[in-house]
Each structure stands twice: as C-alpha cells, then as structure tokens.
Design a protein around this ligand. Structure first.
Ligand code: MF3
Ligand code: CO
Ligand code: CO
Length: 262
C-alpha cells in the first residue's frame, strides 16, 4: 500500500463528497434531543443520504462483521463506532455522530459532538479541548510538514488538560477507498513520520478521554468504549493538502475557521 496523490478531477469529487458529509451533520442537529433514539437519527441520515443526496452511506455493511447501520453514534463513554440502537437520549448525554458518504466513487468522512440539554462543565470542557486538538492539527497541514508534527501538537494539547489520547484508532488516508494509507495517529514526536505532499487527502479525528487512554471493544465487535468508563469525545474532518497549506473538505458553515488555510 502507498499514499495516493489525487488528480484535479479526483479532488473535485472529494470536494463534493466532503460537502455532502458535512451537510448531513448540519441537517441532523435539530433532531438530536432528549427522547430520540440513535436508531431514529440513523434512519433520518440514511434516508437523507440515499434520497436527497443520491449518495451512499459508507458505514452500512462495512467491515467484518458488517457494520449494521449508516452512521456511527457514540454516546458518553463510547469512544467510536457506536452502533445506533433503540435507547433514548437523555438530558446531559454527549454524542458523536460520524458520517461518511460515498458520492461518484469518492468518500467524505466527518464527525462532530452534540450535547443533549445542558452538558456538565467537565463534558463541555472535554468537547472543546478535543475540537481544539483537531484545529491545532489542521493548522499544521501543508507540504513538507510531517505526520509526527500533527500527532505531537494534538497529544500535547490534550495532555496539557490532563486528558488522554486514544491510541488504537487513528485518522487515515481517504479517497476512492474509505481507509487508505497513511495512518494518522494523534500522538507522536515532531520531525517524524510521513512527509505531506500536495494532493494527499486524509482525516484527522482525535479521540480524547477524560480518564485513561485505554479502550475495549464490546461483544458486538464494533462499539469501542473507555476501559475506565470515563467520558470520551471526538471530532473529525477530511482534509486536502494544497500547494500552500490545507483545504478542509468537510468544513461546516457554523465553524469559525477558514476552509482554505495557507
Ligand atoms: N467513520 C469512521 C472513521 O472515521 C469509520 C467508521 S467504520 C464503521 O474512520 F464501519 F464503523 F462505520
Ligand atoms: Co475517518
Ligand atoms: Co469518520
């Protein structure tokens, strides 16, 4: 395996797929409230992706065992890959919704945190710091930067707040294939790892725990939870390395960072 460099034609398709994935997150926000089930959120996203976007939800039947739903919904101490289910959301729950769509053969992958009602101070802070980790990573992306630089800035920011970085799951190259090279880990040392080049596409998607970094997989073989049952947060964007910096392919209007940096 090796890292693919996208052609201008592929980049245009990545832009479209990225925009659709971010649109799903914008659309679902108003449905996230007390009493709704994550299965209901899945159905709304599924129907929107298929019928309105005429796209494909990449998670559905992905992997082995096949993932049974169209989005991942990771509630409270679930780190990632939560399977939508019939349990109702309650006041104070925190929730990551992770959306990946395929349009015209290319993937857009993005996730954000939602809170139901009023979050605890701790939850609010964890969610904010995790988003800052993502943004600090994005800021470093440009030709010549190295993946270790990105991992380092993310790890440093999380640990400064006494949080921990999940190590078993990471960001990834993305394109015609959902998960391609390189692996983008959210910890590391400056001046190490892959050197970025114009035309690469990959995700950054830090998972940050309020407690220890350790995770375990539930018997459903997908749901990843914190071993110590501490809260976990995650944010994800799909990125393109441009000539001078980075383009955030899954940026939402609500975000206060520029789509093109550099
Ligand atoms: N969207 C996840 C990621 O960011 C992968 C989900 S795989 C699934 O890489 F099968 F659980 F959907
Ligand atoms: Co991803
Ligand atoms: Co994702």
């Amino acid at each position: 395996m090796s890292i693919t460099i996208k052609t201008p034609d592929e980049i245009e398709k990545m832009r479209i797929a990225g925009k659709l994935a971010s649109d799903v997150l914008m659309m679902i926000g108003e449905h996230v409230k007390k009493g709704v089930t994550t299965e209901e959120l899945d159905k709304i996203c599924h129907d929107y992706i298929i019928n309105e976007q005429e796209a494909t939800p990449a998670p559905l039947n992905y992997g082995n065992p096949p993932f049974p739903k169209s989005i991942c919904t990771s509630v409270n101490h679930v780190i990632c890959h939560g399977i939508p289910a019939d349990k109702k959301l309650k006041d104070g729950d925190t929730l990551n919704i992770d959306v990946t769509v395929i349009k015209d053969g290319y993937h857009g992958d993005t996730s954000k945190m939602f809170v139901v009602g009023k979050p605890s101070i701790l939850a609010e802070r964890l969610i904010r710091v995790t988003q800052e980790c993502l943004y600090k990573g994005i800021e470093l992306v440009k030709p010549g930067a190295r993946l270790g630089d990105i991992g380092h800035v993310i790890q440093t920011h999380a640990e400064k707040h006494n949080y921990s970085i999940v190590r078993e799951y990471c960001g990834h190259g993305i394109g015609a294939v959902f998960h391609e090279d390189p692996q983008v880990v959210h910890y590391g040392r400056p001046n190490t790892g892959e050197v970025l080049q114009e035309g690469m596409c990959f995700t950054i998607e830090p998972m940050v725990n309020a407690g220890k970094r350790y995770s375990k997989i539930l018997p459903d073989q997908w749901t990843v939870v914190t071993k110590d049952r501490s809260l976990s947060a995650q944010w994800e964007h799909t990125l393109l390395v441009t000539k001078t910096g980075v383009e955030v392919l899954t940026l939402r209007d609500e975000e206060k960072i520029p789509r093109v940096i550099g």
